[in-house]
Design a protein around this ligand. Structure first.
Ligand code: SF4
Ligand code: SF4
Ligand code: SF4
Length: 281
């Protein structure tokens, strides 16, 4: 359900300045390292941008996209860091039936994988196409960028922002908005006059600056209204029988996941107990 919080000015926020991104992919590597995400086998990708892997996945929470274009008869290019936008009023949170996703008071939208039942409502609701599914697992869950909440709540900066040598700043939303406006006013000839994320989906904790119109770089055009306003309006028209059936399936799925997890945890505890009693001998 959409949260009542209205003031997001102190939320920890990324300011990603695409004019300063060199495409080094330090953020991509730091994210993998901090989150202990598997490497992905890559193959030649000749689609838009030639980047690899071709898209975010359960193993890649952030990636640098490459976009080339023609301007004044010249070939130009831009890099674009794609990640969860950590929306002020997140659609993924609003549709999750078991409260596996949370908007933290600090800003990051994180998930509790012990609660997730793999229903994938969040994947359908997210306007930015962020949550991914572990298709290759027997008991798949949803994965996405956590905003490095475990670091942020201890007063640290997310791994990707810490590593970036040039393009990412991290601070309160009001400071990052002021900094973005300062840069645009100082060099109007460089920047396209828009902060992406200021109003998109009701505002986000990731803000972008660019030299080019965002739609030309492949950014999604999303409504300025918070998405939960739509999701709850839409759900009003869903027939009760569908909600009941979906709810029952969801509950059965959650029960079977829970049973499996409890058995797995009991097995792990047993192994740990055996290991520690062996050490005391
Ligand atoms: S971008 Fe998508 S996954 Fe991230 S907080 Fe917003 S709705 Fe949720
Ligand atoms: S897939 Fe998991 S996180 Fe997403 S809506 Fe369903 S339970 Fe919530
Ligand atoms: S905030 Fe953390 S999880 Fe998200 S992209 Fe950056 S390093 Fe990865």
């Amino acid at each position: 359900m959409s949260e009542a919080r209205k003031d997001f000015s102190d939320d920890r926020t990324f300011l990603i300045d695409l004019t300063r991104c060199t495409g080094c992919r330090g953020c991509q590597v730091a994210c993998k390292q901090w989150n202990q995400l598997e490497a992905e086998k890559t193959t030649f990708f000749s689609g838009q941008g030639y980047h690899n892997p071709p898209a975010m996945s359960q193993h890649t929470f952030t990636m640098i996209k490459f976009r080339d274009y023609e301007k004044n008869g010249q070939n130009e290019f831009h890099f674009y860091k794609e990640m969860c936008m950590h929306c002020n009023d997140p659609a993924c949170v609003s549709v999750c039936p078991v409260f596996a996703l949370h908007k933290s008071p600090e800003g990051p939208v994180f998930y509790d994988d012990k609660r997730c039942i793999g229903c994938r409502f969040c994947m359908v609701a997210c306007p930015f196409g962020v949550p991914k599914y572990e298709w290759n697992k027997a008991f798949p869950l949803v994965r996405k960028c956590t905003g490095c909440y475990s670091r942020v709540k201890e007063g640290m900066v997310p791994a990707c922002a810490k590593t970036c040598p040039s393009a990412i700043r991290y601070g309160s939303r009001k400071e990052m908005i002021a900094e973005a406006k300062r840069r645009m006013a100082a060099r109007p000839e460089v920047y396209f006059n828009k902060i992406y994320g200021l109003e998109e989906a009701g505002g986000t904790s990731v803000l972008y600056l660019s030299a080019e119109p965002f739609n030309e770089l492949g950014f999604r055009e999303v409504t300025y209204r918070p998405i939960p306003e739509y999701t709850w309006q839409a759900l009003r028209y869903v027939p009760g029988i569908f909600v009941t059936a979906a709810g029952s399936l969801t509950f059965i799925s959650w029960l079977s996941h829970r049973k499996e997890r409890i058995a797995r945890e009991a097995e792990e505890r047993k192994k740990q107990d055996e290991g520690s009693s062996g050490g005391e001998k």
